[in-house]
Design a binder for this molecule. Structure first.
Ligand code: NAI
Length: 443
């Protein structure tokens, strides 16, 4: 007889392992099926490894400028092989921690490729080709996504690289062409540009970073230019133009292998779900990159929690309103809510307040003066969006999200006085600027 569970979660990335943990916390008997390593794209091939590389290249870049701080170094160099080794150690530790967490929550982890036979039945094939079948009352699909490629430019790990391939590149590159000016392309442009590689980004659309506030995009382009990054927009990449390496980051495709038997309703290449994360098949839920309009780990986390709770009797809904995001350029980007263009299209009158990082005491003290904070509010004063380019923007966006999500007014943000000296003061000052009463700039 096959093992039987309350819930089987297929895929151990941020959507899947979080769904499994929440279901286990609620007392369910849970199985988590993963063919590769627990942690999925985010932990093994995405957010964490990229951030680990950026930590090294930023430190290198900062060290090159150490003399400005009165710090003298006899020589500064970067060893990409050691950078990759450090990244791999971090991943290994976090994967172990996540597995430990799952196991301590009494989740049974099955290492192998899962194939759904029907909503309540999953076949698992392990690395030795051995097959077993497990059963469940409710199924949560969290199989993630993979890098998309361009026809005729198959990933070969040599000339045409995916974001997975380049994460393990140990050799310094003189030249790198990047196809796609989305978040992934910009991250690698940042990494390689800051260590002296000549980078060219080819973006088919008129602008890079689709969905990011236009003013912030212009500031990012300026920052990239300073780091040897050449940005070509309106440039559809159809064939390799150089004999160097080409990194292709033109989006990601949901992984639907293994779930075909369910004949799920689709939304283009994604699995269709309603706001309760239910698929078109009873007792089958889906979360994360497999379904998402926004392929972000924190969206997957939240959808995983909601799917698990709903599978066990709750009735929660997921909303794409007010999803924050952070991009690890130098300086960083943090963003939540409507961009200026979206706010102008939706509402007739809006208020905008901006505050430059250079006017903050802390920014001058630590030498991080590049950037700006922009607060957007409706004519009724309710906050609609906050966009930041500058040091610690990916952390500052947390406070901004609290304000925008809870529909605070620009006055309430202006009256929330912040600790000094911190970058958070910029949030308060930008709100003050929207009310034409900023204190450290002329209004
Ligand atoms: P993306 O969809 O964000 O950007 C891909 C870009 O490639 C688009 O601007 C598109 O116009 C362009 N493009 C497509 N075909 C092209 C061609 N032949 N020539 C030139 N340009 C072409 O995809 P990306 O950057 O691969 O990221 C995938 C997903 O991962 C996104 O949903 C992204 O939001 C998410 N992600 C988010 C992160 C974050 O928020 N920190 C970090 C990493 C990924």
């Amino acid at each position: 007889m096959s093992d039987s569970f309350d819930i089987i979660v297929l895929g151990g990335g941020p959507g899947g392992y979080i769904a499994a943990i929440r279901a286990a916390q609620l007392g369910a008997k849970v199985a988590l099926v993963e063919k590769d390593k627990i942690g999925g794209t985010c932990l093994n091939r995405g957010c964490i490894p990229t951030k680990a590389l950026i930590a090294c290249t930023s430190l290198y870049e900062k060290s090159l400028n150490a003399e400005k701080y009165g710090v003298h170094m006899s020589s500064v160099s970067i060893n990409l092989g050691e950078v990759i080794d450090r990244k791999n150690r971090i991943i290994e530790k976090l994967v172990k921690n996540t597995e430990f967490l799952a196991t301590k929550n009494n989740i049974e982890i099955f290492h192998g490729a899962g194939k759904v036979l029907e909503a309540g039945k999953v076949e698992i094939e392990n690395a030795d080709g051995k097959k077993s079948i497990i059963e469940c009352k409710k199924l949560i699909l969290a199989t993630g996504s993979s890098p998309a490629c361009i026809p005729g430019m198959t990933f070969d790990g040599q000339n045409f690289l995916s974001s997975d391939d380049i994460l393990d590149n140990r050799e310094p590159l003189k030249k790198l062409d990047i196809v796609g000016g989305g978040v992934i392309g910009i991250h690698f442009a940042q990494i390689y540009g800051s260590i002296g590689c000549e980078v060219t980004i080819y973006e088919a659309l008129p602008e890079i970073l689709p969905g990011v506030d236009e003013e912030i995009v212009n500031l990012v382009k300026r920052a990239l230019k300073k780091r040897n990054v050449n940005v070509l927009t309106g440039a559809k990449f159809e064939s390799a133009l150089s004999c160097g390496k080409t990194l292709i980051c033109v989006g990601r495709v949901p992984n639907t292998t293994g779930i075909e038997a369910l004949s799920l309703k689709m939304d283009k290449r994604s699995v269709w779900v309603n706001e309760k994360m239910e698929t078109s098949v009873p007792n089958a839920y889906a979360v994360g990159d497999l379904v998402s309009r926004k392929m972000l780990a924190h969206v997957a986390y939240e959808q995983g929690v909601i799917a698990a709770e709903n599978a066990l009797g709750a009735s929660r809904s997921f909303s794409y309103d007010c999803v924050p995001f952070g991009i690890y350029t130098n300086p960083e980007i943090g963003s939540v809510g409507l961009t200026e263009k979206e706010a102008r299209e939706k509402y007739k009158d809006i208020k905008i307040g901006k505050f430059p990082f250079g006017a903050l005491g802390i920014a001058q003290a630590v030498g991080e003066i590049e950037g700006t904070i922009k607060v957007i509010a409706g004519s009724d004063g309710k906050l609609l969006g906050i966009h930041i380019l500058g040091s610690e923007a990916t952390t500052l966006i947390g406070a901004a999200t609290l304000a925008v999500k809870n529909k605070l007014s620009v006055e309430e943000l202006a009256e929330t006085f912040q600790a000094h000296p911190t970058f958070s003061e910029g949030l308060q000052e930008a709100a003050e600027a929207a009310l034409k009463r900023a204190l450290h700039i002329l209004n």
